[in-house]
Every structure is written in C-alpha cells, then in structure tokens.
Design a protein around this ligand. Structure first.
Ligand code: AHR
Length: 521
C-alpha cells in the first residue's frame, strides 16, 4: 500500500506539470491600477456558514500531543490537560467545528482504545504517522471536552478502512444514546452521563488512498453497508449526518463512480473533497515562481467546487447532498530539522500563507451557496495551522499569520455573500468577496502579487454605505512570519478606507489581505 506521503508527492508532481500549462509565466493580465471592482449588493449568492471556517486535528506530529493536549501534570500551563494559551486563542477566534481524529489516522483508530481511565488505555503504534507509540491519553471524552472548552461542534471521522460497521455504530451509540444501554452506561461511568450529541460523522477518509486504496465502486458498496447500520442511529434527537469520502482534488471519475454506486437508500448527507495547495519550497524559502505556482492553485480549488457541485446536482438525489472541503491548505516542502524538533509536518506560516488563507476564504465566500463546511488542515502545529508551539514540551504558543487571516474574515460568518465583479480572471489577479447583513457590508480583498501594489476602486451597486473601517495584514516580504522570538511581527493593523458617495477606495500593497467593514446607508 502506498503511503499518503508518496501519494502527495505524486499529486504534487502532476499538479506542477499541469500548472505550467495553466499559468504561463510572466502573463498577468489584470494588474493596471486602479483595480475597478463592482460590489453587487443586490445580487445574493447565499449565506456564509460559519462552518466554512472549520478546522481539522489529527494524531499527527504535535497537533494533539503537545499542541492542544499537554496532560494534567504538565509544567505547561493547562486547563485539565489542555494547553491554556491555545484554548484562549482558539476561543477568541471562535471555532465553529473541529474534525477528529484524522485523516489517515482515522481509518486505523479504534475508539475503545481511548475511553477508559487513562492509566488503563493501551499503547498502540501510530502506523501512519511515524510509527511512534500512541498512548491514547487523548480520546473521545478529551476531544469532546476540548470542543466544549473552545465552543466548537465536534465532527468525528469513523474507521472504515480497518474497522467495521458494528464498531462505528457502537461509537455513535456510546456518544449519543441518552441512558439505559450498556454503552450509554459505560459513557456515564467514564464521567459523562449526558450524551455528547455528536451529529457529524465521516464514513472513512480518503478511501481512494490511505483509507483502504479502494476503487470507487468498492467504496460506494462500503458506504452503503456502513450507512445501513448507522442511518437508524437517531439517539436523543441527534440524527447522524453521514459524510462520504469524496475526491482528491477535482477527480470527477471518483465522484461519478461513487455516486453511480449509491443505491436508493441509504444516501450520504455530505460528500467531502480534499484539496491541498502543495508547494515546491520550504515555508520561509519561497521564490516568485514557486509562490505563483502555489497561489494559482486557489483558482483550481474554486473550479473544483463549482464542477463537483455540478456533478452532484446531476443526480436527482445528489442535489440534497452537501458538498464539503474536508481538508485544504498550503502543504509546503518539509524542513527535516523542524519535523524532528517540533513534530512531523510542523510548518511555518508566512505572509504567503496568510495570502493563501485569504484566497481560500474568498473562494468559500464566493461559492457559499455550494458549500456546507470547509476544514483547514490542521489547527495546531501541522501544515497550515492557526497556532504553533515550540515542540511538545515547549512553553511557547503563538498565533500564525493564518490565524490572523481567519480573524479578519470572521466578520463574514453568518452574512449573505453578494456578487463582486472584478476585471478579468487571472488566477493571480485581485481576489475579492463581499457579504451583507444587518446594516453591515463586509469586503475582503487579497493581493497575491509579490511585485505589484494595487489601488482598489470599488463601486457599490444596489445599495450604499455611509462609514466604515478597515484592517490590513501585510508584509512586503512574503517569507516573513511570526516566530517564537518575534510573535507579533505580522498582525492586523488599521487601514485607511476612503469613501466618496458610492465609491470606496483603498490601497492593497503587494502580498496583503484587507477587510473593510462598512455601515450600509
Ligand atoms: O493532513 C494530513 C493528511 O493529508 C491526512 O491525514 C490525510 O487525510 C491527507 O492525505
């Protein structure tokens, strides 16, 4: 069985090949100033679900152990074992949903390993991620406790690869059955008489790869078999929302053959795509070419969302299947010394990463009507994370540029996305989105160019605004980052937005993210 790392290398290689045809070097159409933008306040797209700002945590590197969980006896300040500083930062940001325990790890995870008193939990081997000992001190109760602490909805990924329908069914019963069944009583004996009410359940992860190397037809059969036993598990008023393993990137063949293989019943509630924006440089070592290559992939992400949604809509019952981007984010070249010191796939987040986050979140706003949930990979210490700690034992916990990009987009949550017209469709041109609700118009702009400052002139149509303010996240060095020595190097700063009737103007320096919040007149 090929490992997920080798699959990723293959994907990265083929993506790089196709990209050279997609973005001819040096050909950037839409860069003349001012950049004219029309915000169509009268043209609604759909509500921006807070879930589009979801997160993903996995038993990988120092995401769980040393990241969010340090243990009750740690010298690192903690709340019942959860890293105190991380909890504070995550709570401040407001995290809508967290997916756990993987990733590839999920298809080799047996939930019973993580529920009894910690001293009795078995030591297993984390086969997917380095072969180290997994002591299971972070299990179902700890994850639910974490979600409660930060105010997030839990999303469980069930084991299809090496598990069984019975195992997953029992996990749902353990979590959600109010009382009286042996499993509900076991949960109560383990300290939680109240059911957890877990609604979101993934049925496998990357079943085309690390989740079992299945053919699409095989996975469709597997889904039907699992879902037959999971669908009736409506306990304490919680109906499980079953998410099927969708494509890698825009793999229409996988999606079509899986959907063709679905019977009349049971049908998936959600269909999840994984779309990483891989990069050919180390995080703080990008150059103009590798940065452009990576950032251009957000145009492909947008295209994938549109095309996969269309594909699902082509099935009469597919129209009710929610589309989900379960894993996304920049996946840079690893730095072996950092992997060794801080944990596997520990990755710095630079100004480029913040631009990438802004591009992704703008895509989600623009396609809000097609999306149910999007979870960036991964919340702490792995890939494009919100927070970084200096290793499992480290006392430091800092907010990354990606954290701040999410913070700036928070104002869009729950608002209605409206159409924004920009000139041209260059994958590396100005990126924009807008949303509206309760007398507030929120505009977000991203300048992904490393060599070009932009002036944005924005006309409002179908409405007007009276006053407002803006924030900018910017550093002209796209490899600049927040570090343990300089944790506040890149943070949102107040920015000037000038308004003249129904025209708004603001500057967008090279590699920057700007959000403006305007009162509508
Ligand atoms: O996020 C890291 C890994 O990437 C996940 O475990 C897997 O689902 C994907 O290949």
């Amino acid at each position: 069985m090929s490992s997920p790392i080798s699959r990723r290398r293959f994907a990265r290689h083929s993506a790089a090949l196709s990209l050279s045809a997609f973005v001819p070097q040096g050909m950037f159409a839409d860069c003349s100033n001012p950049q004219r933008v029309v915000v169509r306040m009268d043209s609604e797209i759909g509500v921006i679900s807070p879930r589009l700002h979801g997160q993903f945590v996995e038993h990988l590197g120092s995401c769980i152990y040393g990241g969010i969980w340090v243990g009750k006896r740690s010298s690192i300040p903690n709340v019942d074992g959860y890293r105190e500083q991380a909890v504070k930062y995550l709570r401040d940001l407001g995290i809508p949903v967290v997916r756990w325990p993987g990733g590839c790890f999920a298809d080799d995870y047996h939930w019973r390993d993580g529920i009894c008193p910690a001293s009795k939990r078995p030591n297993r081997v984390n086969l997917h991620w380095g072969g180290g000992v997994e002591n299971n001190s972070f299990g179902t109760h700890e994850f639910i406790g974490f979600c409660r602490l930060i105010g997030a909805e839990p999303y469980f990924a069930g084991n299809v690869g090496s598990g069984s329908p019975a195992e997953m069914q029992e996990w749902i019963e353990y979590c959600n059955y109010p009382s009286g069944s042996t499993l509900a009583e076991e949960r109560a004996a383990n300290g939680s008489p109240e059911p957890f009410g877990v609604r979101l359940w993934g049925v496998g992860n990357e079943s085309w790869g690390c989740g079992g190397q299945m053919r699409p037809e095989e996975y469709a059969e597997m889904f039907r078999r699992f879902a037959t036993f999971l669908r009736p598990c409506i306990f304490g008023g919680t109906r499980p929302f079953l998410v099927a393993s969708g494509p890698s990137n825009n793999d229409a063949d996988w999606s079509r053959r899986v959907m063709d293989g679905m019977g009349r019943y049971p049908y998936p509630d959600g269909f999840s795509m994984h779309f990483y924006e891989n990069g050919r440089s180390r995080p703080t070592d990008y150059n103009p070419q590798t940065m452009d290559e990576q950032l251009a992939k957000f145009a492909s992400l947008e295209q994938a969302i549109i095309q996969q949604r269309q594909l699902l809509d082509g099935y009469a019952r597919g129209r009710n299947v929610a589309f989900i981007v379960d894993e996304w984010g920049v996946w840079d070249e690893s730095v072996p010394e950092e992997d060794k010191r801080y944990g596997l796939f520990w990755q710095q987040s630079t100004m480029r990463s913040a631009v990438a986050a802004g591009l992704g979140l703008n895509v989600f706003n623009r396609q809000a009507d097609k999306l149910y949930m999007c979870n960036i990979a991964q919340m702490v210490n792995v890939l494009q994370s919100l927070l970084l700690t200096d290793g499992p034992e480290g006392q430091h916990c800092i907010r990354t540029t990606t954290y701040y990009a999410f913070q700036m987009f928070k104002a869009h949550r729950g608002k209605t996305a409206v159409r924004v017209e920009t000139k041209g469709a260059s994958p590396l041109g100005l990126s924009a989105s807008a949303s509206l609700r309760d007398g507030e118009l929120v505009l977000s702009f991203v300048n992904p160019r490393y060599d070009k400052d932009m002036q944005v002139q924005c006309a409002l149509r179908g409405g007007s605004a009276s006053s407002g303010s803006a924030q900018i996240l910017h550093n002209s060095d796209y490899n600049a980052c927040n570090s343990f020595d300089d944790p506040n190097r890149i943070t949102p700063q107040p920015h000037t937005v000038s308004m003249n009737g129904s025209t708004i103007q603001l500057d967008l320096p090279r590699t920057s993210v700007v959000t403006a919040r305007l009162k509508t007149a």
